[in-house]
Design a protein around this ligand. Sequence first.
Ligand code: ARG
Length: 460
Amino acid sequence: PAGKMWGGRFSEATAASVEAFSASIQYDARLYHHDIMGSKAHARMLARQGLITEAERDAILQGLTEIEAEIDRGEFVFRPELEDIHMNIEKVLTERIGPAGAKLHTARSRNDQVNLDFRLYLRDEADALDALLCETQRAFARLARKYLGVVMPGYTHLQRAQPVLLSHHLLAYVEMFGRDRDRLAGCRQRINIMPLGAAAMAGTGLPIDRESVAAELGFTAITANSMDTTGDRDFALEMLFCLNLIQLHLSRLSEELVLWSSKEFEFVQIGDRYCTGSSIMPQKKNPDIPELIRGKTGRVTGALMALLMTVKGLPLTYNRDLQEDKEQVFDALDTVKASLAITAELLDHTAFNVERLRAATSGGFMTATDLADYLVRRNMPFREAHGVVGRVVAFCQERNCELVDLTLAELQSFSALIETDVYGVLSVEGSVNSRVSAGGTGRARVEEALSRVEQLLGMT
Ligand code: ARG
């Protein structure tokens, strides 16, 4: 068909429905910068190998630079009948510079080209995500520093469990996002392998030099098997999984922010600028941003599931199904990046209600474990101590009082091992500060952890 780059063997024009159905330019146009970067490296290699002349190379480089500037300025007209970003650029290049442009695709297929573009793009996105994760960690560290020493209930099963420092809770998220950064760095290593030269799927007979292209583009190695290369989207799936865990962590935080900003908890106040109101209830101030982040977790998970299913039944090597990879990954990237950015902002505009947090530690027998540990230190076997303290708790519940409210005589009626120093361990501060095991919530441990984190994040 007229104008098609692959039209030679066809005798009919492509159906309009086919063009509309198969075009990807609406979404893969965002790869233009990386497509051009890859084409330039490829052209330089072709010239080094004597496959094109230096004059042809220069015409290609010049033409691509101009096209990129036009796309940057929003002046380039994308044509859906040219399917994708690769052919849109190559076609216009050839229209402008003539035969040299038609030599660019020497020893290359869109099958290895699209793999290259996607890897180059995701490598940059991995770096952008890392920067956003770091910003989010810093926001947590700022809060942990600001509220250092504030106590709150720690929960299991959403039931009050043991008193902890608020900073300990906040630093837990720093760890979670730290693992996300590690995971992303590992993913980036596997993204950073150069696929070009696999050509359609079997390699090429032309004397290319893949290593030099890899070096120019900053890849650490070249892919080993051309068939694997053109059918491989593991790196995209892995990126989607990384995105999923990030969003999952954001979602758990969001759930806590939603709960904690309810009247029932009243632990936090999210700044007015980051909340919205109700169109009917004048009193409402709603935590829509955490709710949306929690909600968007569904679409990020959906993207991973969708691409897993797309790749699942594919025979080697390239199949057009693989074109379905990009929209899912782009949407997940956009969603997670936006969620991270707004979370960091929102945290900087979140205030904790120190009195409410403190008050919540005084109900629920949260120092019961400390009483058991007290008995253990006096040589009672832990299981026995657990039983004794359980009976003390039941006794308090009957009387509607807390552990600290019991007299020494009352406590001693449960165990003769109890002495007057017991009140030290029954206090909230005493409980928190006794938790000095590595990684525990004791004040000294949390201060150490916070300093380490601040140093790691370049905040000191
Ligand atoms: N737009 C295609 C994709 O995203 C590029 C590769 C097309 N290759 C092909 N032989 N049709 O996968």
